[in-house]
Design a binder for this molecule. Structure first.
Ligand code: UTP
Length: 297
């Protein structure tokens, strides 16, 4: 089968962010400030987009709520208005151009109703247009342990295996309540694994019985990192769930469709050499602010 190049990335950023209420009533969590190691205050989404571009992605589609369009357009499509622009340091004036250049490669896709993460991904179907694509969560940021960015690592594995790839990291049992978890058969010990099951937020009991992976420490599990390369088949599977109104906890989820994709085409898991930083919950966000700024110090 002809390998298709991965040119596009999708970032769902249309959730309500209920766990960060009331801040998310006025600011999307994807726009929360993060201090980068250069000391610059960046909206989280900018770091996620930079992660995608670091992997050679040409265009990014951000899934947003219709009423957030103005804010995202202001951030990426225009410089600040003239009287404010003049107040910026010469360095920040240049930086403002960098953001607008970034905006040239960004497309905004709309999710009218907040029907879940899987549904948000489905909203990118027409724009992705039958190509494999990089998917990045809108509320996680990443830092590589090597010179190769986390997204590029995942993309390079996709080129090797020519099937969907899910980035993985180990998590202790007490984190499973918020994670997608997998099991499988190692192709390359502690690095590349053929998935045999994907399970969303399993109970610890279930994970201990069914999701143990050889060589992973006692009571640790392989969980989804939030970076994936998916084939367009995922849209057929999400579409089926949506047309059959098959919801879990009231929403259309991605993980069930990942498991179906695994059965249909196979999925490779890859243990990313890097760290993920969660911004989706108050204390996780607080810790991310500190750890992300101080990484590599
Ligand atoms: P979450 O599962 O964290 O949901 O979304 P959420 O609504 O943002 O936050 P909580 O759980 O209520 O606190 C995972 C990713 O999917 C996006 C979010 O913006 C986040 O990047 N998402 C979620 C959507 O784009 N649309 C949705 O309907 C749900």
């Amino acid at each position: 089968m002809q390998k298709k190049q991965v040119r596009k990335a999708v970032i769902p950023a249309a959730g309500f962010g209920t766990r960060l209420f009331p801040a998310t009533k006025v600011v999307k969590k994807e726009l929360f400030p993060i201090i980068d190691k250069d000391g610059r205050a960046k909206p989280a989404i900018q770091l996620i987009i930079e992660e995608a571009f670091s992997a050679g992605i040409e265009e990014v589609g951000i899934v947003i709520q219709p009423e957030d369009k103005r804010t995202f357009i202001d951030l990426f499509k225009f410089p600040p208005k003239a009287e404010l622009f003049e107040k910026l340091s010469p360095e920040n004036q240049k930086y403002s151009k960098y953001l607008v250049d970034m905006g040239d490669k960004i497309k905004f896709l709309v999710q009218k109703e907040q029907l879940g993460y899987g549904h948000a991904v489905y909203c990118a179907k027409d724009w992705v247009n039958n190509e494999p694509f990089l998917l990045l969560l809108g509320d996680h940021i990443y830092s590589s342990d090597t010179k190769v960015s986390c997204a590029r690592q995942v993309l390079e594995i996709y080129k090797q295996v020519n099937q969907s790839v899910v980035g993985l990291t180990t998590m202790p049992a007490d984190m499973l309540y918020k994670a997608g978890c997998i099991t499988g058969v190692w192709q390359q010990k502690n690095s590349i694994i053929s998935l045999t099951q994907v399970s969303e937020k399993p109970t610890v009991e279930y994970a201990r019985q069914h999701l143990r992976v050889e060589g992973i420490a006692e009571d640790e599990f392989l969980c989804i990192f939030g970076l994936y390369v998916l084939t367009p088949k995922i849209f057929d599977l999400l579409g089926e769930n949506i047309s059959n109104n098959f919801r879990e906890r009231g929403e259309f989820q991605l993980t069930t469709c990942l498991d179906k994709l695994r059965r249909a085409e196979g999925i490779t898991g890859y243990v990313v050499k890097g760290k993920l930083f969660d911004i989706g919950m108050p204390d996780a966000y607080l810790q991310t602010l500190i750890d992300f700024r101080n990484r590599d110090k």
